[in-house]
Design a protein around this ligand. Structure first.
Ligand code: SAM
Length: 229
């Protein structure tokens, strides 16, 4: 019964609790106009991420997977208010261009308040590590992983290294959907060749973590959230 009403409930929550800025509404419309797939976080999720970023006191947020910059705007609005910055990574140059337009319309200054780095995350993340070592870039307080599933563990592992340390947050989106689709639980056969992210994080002594299941506009899904010890 609850699942059947999840879209209506999310819409009700959105109406009464989320004041979406015009810049965010523009980002969705402009992304659609440019043929960008509608796979951004939902409005309610965007608000949740923004509250979580505030709660963690994050100044510098790293996002893996920009798309049209919808979630980037939510993060940048929060980090901007703290004098910090959002750094996002996107592999697709045309998506990056649309995201840059969207950030600008939302009143986020690039590159002082946000930057979108073009490239595959596995190439960009080591460069960020070099810049951190060289003292030309601050470490991150909050990392949002929202790109290809195959490399989630490698992103997670690198993200812990790029984080400030104790209290930093690593948030991986769509983990429940991936658990269901890869047949880790449920009737389908389990893929034994890959050790799933959740199991690797569970063995990682650097963090404490949990997975929360959600039911919302995107139906049954959920995220993994880890806090660096
Ligand atoms: N965070 C966005 C939002 O909520 O508005 C949605 C991100 S979308 C789910 C994932 C994005 O990651 C896509 O735009 C895709 O092009 C990008 N991507 C996929 N593989 C990538 C990689 N290896 N490195 C960087 N970006 C990648």
């Amino acid at each position: 019964r609850t699942a059947a009403h999840s879209i209506e409930i999310e819409s009700y929550v959105e109406t009464h609790l989320v004041q979406q800025q015009p810049g965010l509404i523009h980002a969705r419309e402009n992304s659609l106009k440019h043929g960008i797939p509608t796979i951004a976080v939902s409005t309610v999720q965007g608000k949740f991420l923004s509250l979580l970023t505030s709660l963690s006191g994050a100044q510098n947020v790293l996002e893996i997977g920009t798309l049209g910059g919808y979630s980037s705007i939510w993060f940048a609005q929060t980090t901007k208010a703290r004098g910090g910055k959002l750094t996002s990574i996107e592999i697709d140059s045309s998506r990056r261009e649309v995201a840059l337009q969207n950030l600008q319309v939302a009143g986020i200054n690039v590159p002082t308040e946000a930057e979108i780095l073009l490239g595959a995350a596995l190439d960009v993340l080591p460069k960020l590590a070099e810049e951190i070592s060289a003292g030309t870039r601050p470490k991150f307080d909050f990392v949002f992983i929202d790109a290809d599933w195959e490399n989630q563990w490698r992103y997670f592992d690198l993200a812990v290294g790029l984080s400030k340390g104790k209290g930093s947050v690593i948030y991986v989106d769509n983990v429940v959907k991936e658990i269901l689709e890869s047949g880790i639980v449920g009737p389908e056969k389990r893929n034994e060749t890959v050790t799933p992210l959740v199991e690797k994080v569970g063995q990682d002594g650097r963090v404490e973590a949990v997975v929360m299941q959600t039911i919302g506009a995107k139906q049954h899904d959920g995220f993994l959230m880890a806090v660096v010890k």
